[in-house]
Design a protein around this ligand. Structure first.
Ligand SMILES: [Zn+2]
Length: 275
C-alpha cells in the first residue's frame, strides 16, 4: 500500500494551525462558562472557541466525505478488469470454436480425398481420372488453408491468454488493495464518528451559554461562508476569512475587543488574540 510521503514545509500557516490545535485541546478539557455582564471580549472568546470546535467538525465531515472515493476508484477498477477478463475469455472461446470448425473441414477434405482415391481405382477413362485428381488437389489446398488459419488463430489465442493472465494478476492486486482500504476506511469512519460526537457535544455546550442574538448572527455567517467560518482572526493585517486588508485604526479597535467588529467586506466577526 502506497503511503503518502508528502513532506510538509513548516510555515506561518502551520504554526497558526498548531496554536489552534493547542487551543482546541484546551477547550475540549474545559466547560464553557457564560460570559458575565457585558464583557465583549469574553463573548468574543466564546464565539471564537465555538468556531474552532465547529471547524473541527467540518474538517471531519469533509475528510469522511473524501475517503470513500478511494474505495470507489478501486471498485471501478475491479469492475473494469472483470469485464476485460470476461471479454478476453469470450474471444478465446470464439477462437477455439473457429479452430474446431476448421478441424472438421480438414476431416471432411480428408475423407473426400480418400473417396476420390478409391474412385480413381475404377475409372473408365483418363478424363475421369484427371477430374478426380483435380478434386484431390482442391481438397489438399483446402486442408493447407485450414491448417494455416488454425496456426494463425492459435497465435491469437496465445496473445489473448497472456493478456488474460496479466489482467488476472492486476485484478488480484486491486482486490487485495480494496480489502485493505475498506478495513482502513471502516476504522477511520468509526473513529471519526466518535470524535465528531465529542465535538458535537462540546459545540452544544457553547450554544447553551452564548447569547441567542449572537448565536443567530454566527449561524447566519457560517451558512453564507463557503468555508464555514463566521469568526476569524486578523492575519497579516487582513481578515482571515476573505483576506481583505483591515485599516490600522480598525485593527486597534479589534485588538482592544471592547465591541464586536465585523469585516467591512465579508461581514465575518473579527478577533485578534495576538500580544
Ligand atoms: Zn473579511
Amino acid at each position: 500500500m502506497a503511503k503518502r510521503t508528502e513532506k510538509k514545509i513548516p510555515n506561518l500557516e502551520d504554526k497558526q494551525n498548531d496554536e489552534k490545535d493547542a487551543v482546541l485541546q484546551q477547550i475540549m478539557k474545559t466547560k464553557p462558562q457564560a460570559a458575565g455582564g457585558d464583557s465583549v471580549e469574553q463573548k468574543l472568546r466564546l464565539l471564537y472557541e465555538m468556531q474552532l470546535v465547529d471547524s473541527a467538525i467540518d474538517d471531519i465531515r469533509t475528510l469522511r466525505g473524501e475517503l470513500p472515493n478511494e474505495v470507489k476508484f478501486l471498485e471501478d477498477d475491479i469492475a473494469g478488469l472483470e469485464t476485460r477478463i470476461f471479454n478476453i475469455h469470450a474471444d478465446i472461446k470464439r477462437a477455439e470454436i473457429e479452430i474446431s470448425k476448421h478441424k472438421l473441414e480438414i476431416e471432411n477434405s480428408k475423407s473426400m480425398i480418400k473417396k476420390y482415391e478409391e474412385q480413381q481405382k475404377n475409372v473408365r477413362n483418363n478424363r475421369e481420372f484427371e477430374s478426380l485428381s483435380k478434386g484431390i488437389e482442391f481438397q489438399s489446398l483446402e486442408i493447407e488453408l485450414c491448417e494455416k488459419k488454425i496456426r494463425e488463430i492459435n497465435l491469437t489465442i496465445k496473445d489473448k491468454r497472456n493478456l488474460e493472465e496479466t489482467a488476472k494478476i492486476q485484478l488480484d492486486d486491486r482486490k487485495k488493495d480494496l480489502q485493505v482500504k475498506q478495513i482502513e476506511l471502516d476504522k477511520i469512519i468509526l473513529n471519526t464518528k466518535k470524535e465528531e460526537q465529542v465535538l458535537e457535544n462540546k459545540s452544544a455546550d457553547y450554544r447553551k451559554v452564548i447569547e441567542p442574538r449572537l448565536l443567530a448572527a454566527y449561524e447566519r455567517l457560517r451558512r453564507n461562508a463557503r468555508n464555514g467560518l463566521a469568526v476569524v482572526e486578523v492575519k497579516r493585517d487582513a481578515c482571515g476569512g476573505c483576506f481583505n486588508k483591515i485599516p490600522p485604526q480598525r485593527q486597534v479597535d479589534i485588538k482592544i475587543g471592547k465591541r464586536l467588529i465585523p469585516c467591512e467586506y465579508c461581514g465575518r466577526i473579527l478577533v485578534d488574540w495576538s500580544e
